[in-house]
Write a protein that binds this ligand. Structure first.
Ligand code: DAK
Length: 262
């Protein structure tokens, strides 16, 4: 798509209800190299700046892998300083994804390992095909997760499950991922993207402004409950400064569909 410039490692398509970003390096099982990160960074910037923000789906090309991790061939020769830079850049891009103002959905069509699992957990919702496999195998490569896995995974599946996955490096299947809350839904092989598009169809009806505030509130989760409640109240109040609140409530009372600002 023209507005993103020339993309070598991603494809971006616009559907009515969602933007779909596909990581397209199938020969390397869609491994994340610096080019993928840079292109994802650029595409997110354009989507955020241009609006209107639709739900965003991230998937991998082919049926074998979502993303099989950071690119091991590229990482192998890094110096400690280059490794830190690579890690900080990946963290920045994944945090941008987490802060994306619309709903983000990972359609996990196969292996989601290492940086691939970290990409999935930087999304709001995870839909897995039955053949999906999850893991953080970094310790077997002599490293640790570097794109937020040590921090984000525990928030998603709890410290016990995060420690199990990160310290063992073992792979789990889609049903096990569902049991520990790593994914929200498991669907037949080959159907993850279709199901993600269905999910997007239901959430795209909601107020984009309210969705963005809700994300800020949930990701702003504070161990100090009073502080968290304060954040929630501030964001709740902010909704009342936006036309979508009047429109949403008036539409309900008038028994019609709300026409939110997009
Ligand atoms: N990177 C590069 N190439 C990969 C790859 C990867 N992560 N995963 C697979 N490939 C390539 C293979 O090398 C092979 O290439 P060719 O030999 O055909 O040229 C091709 O994809 C097909 O893979 P296989 O032949 O291995 O396919 P199999 O079906 O036999 O096995 C597999 C599938 C997913 C089980 C296996 O490929 C595999 O174990 N892949 C590696 C998975 C893995 O360990 N992922 C975690 C990567 S580490 C940090 C920053 C980031 C990170 C950490 C730190 N800092 C800078 C601090 C993140 C780290 C990771 O993600």
């Amino acid at each position: 798509m023209e507005r993103f410039g020339q993309l070598q490692t991603l494809t971006v398509t616009q559907e009515d209800q969602a933007t779909v970003i596909t990581v397209a390096r199938p020969k390397a099982l869609n491994a994340l190299n610096q080019a993928v990160l840079a292109e994802l960074d650029k595409v997110l910037d354009v989507l955020i700046a241009d609006g209107p923000v639709k739900p965003l789906i991230i998937t991998g090309e082919g049926s074998k892998a979502f993303v099989a991790g950071a690119d091991i061939a590229e990482m192998a020769g890094m110096t400690p300083e280059e490794a830190r830079k690579f890690s900080r850049y990946g963290q920045k891009v994944f945090s941008k994804l987490e802060a994306f103002p619309g709903v983000t959905i990972a359609a996990i069509n196969g292996y989601a390992l290492g940086g691939g699992n970290e990409l999935a957990i930087a999304c709001d919702v995870r839909i897995a095909a039955g053949n999906a496999r999850f893991g953080q195998p970094e310790v077997g490569l002599g490293i640790i997760p570097g794109f937020g896995g040590t921090q984000r995974l525990a928030r998603v599946v709890g410290m016990a499950n995060a420690l199990d996955l990160i310290l063992s490096g073992r792979m789990i299947d889609a049903q096990a991922a569902l049991r520990i809350g790593l994914v929200h839904k498991v669907i037949d092989e080959g159907k993850a993207l279709e199901e993600a598009l269905n999910y997007a169809k239901t959430v795209v009806k909601n107020s984009p402004f309210a969705v963005a505030q809700a994300k800020k509130a949930v990701y702003g989760l504070d161990p100090d409950l009073d502080k968290g409640m304060e954040l929630e109240a501030d964001l709740f109040a902010k909704c009342f400064q936006h036309p979508d609140q009047k429109e949403g409530m008036t539409a309900f009372l008038e028994k019609r569909k709300a026409a939110f600002q997009r």
